[in-house]
Design a protein around this ligand. Sequence first.
Ligand code: PHE
Length: 343
Amino acid sequence: MKEKIEAVRSDIANRSISNAAELESYRIEFLGSKGKMKELFGELKNVPNEQKKEVGQLLNELRQLAQSKFDELKEKLEEGSENEDRLDLSRPEEFVPLGARHPLSLVRAEIIEIFSRIGYNVSEGPEIEDDWHNFSALNFPPEHPARDMQDTFFIQKGNDPKEEFALRTHTSSVQVRVMETQKPPIRTISPGRVYRNEAISARAHCFFHQVEGLYIDKDVSFADLKQTLLYFAKEMFGEKAKIRLRPSYFPFTEPSAEVDVSCTICNAKGCNVCKYTGWLEILGCGMVDPNVLEASKIDSKVYSGFAFGMGVERIAQLKYRVNDLRLYSENDVRFLNQFKAAF
Ligand code: PHE
């Protein structure tokens, strides 16, 4: 009896089946009502009593084997025929993973939106600039340290040292282009990437992003500047935000100021982000220097204006509490995916 069982087991194992007809004849031969399993179970009554338990167990195992081979092959053949014979039009489309917007794009879009509500348009310009637009037209004296190799990446075209260009160090260069080609009133913001020759660390990078603003018209005053910046701070950081202006220096504005916003993290109570001062620096600003207006052929006796410039990374840092500038350009999806919900 045990030999018979063994013979049927190897029959089953060796049987090759490649279509539905072969599967059906396998079913009849082994699992059918007159099949080999039935026959073996019929013979169980002739097995001596003391062996019945053991043989019965072997038979049960064999029947399971025969059945599972049948089930497996049946499933396989059905799948195959589905692929060959028809298209399943009810199947959902291939899954397309959606990316997340980059935090700097989110913040830039928000800044643009806030200023567009009070009439600012968007202007853009080249990242490779000439000396005139990046420096001279902005009242940088020839010996100004910002022209030094330490801050600026210079590029030379060919061998002629006169054909020198710079990677723009700020987007004020775009505003020169606007002043040269448009007549006041001008109300524009210039978002874009800028470059400075700095060692890369958590707090500095060789490139970053700015949004600079310019407003030129008759009778534009410092009070207008202050009010515009207060509006921006409240829209960006919430109704409770306050600003303060500290005197500063830029070649292209006079007077100039640096602007702090009340710390959004501790509500100006003092924390390690604001270094326990309650204030965070967010931008530079000032009244456009008459020399700058004249360089672009705008009559400084008729017109006045203000300008401001902010770093997008800095605003994003305060909004999303990002503490390392390098994260913005490393494209680590674990960082980027955290902005999926932000629109
Ligand atoms: N251009 C300045 C900078 O890059 C920022 C600024 C713009 C300051 C406009 C004053 C007015 O740092």
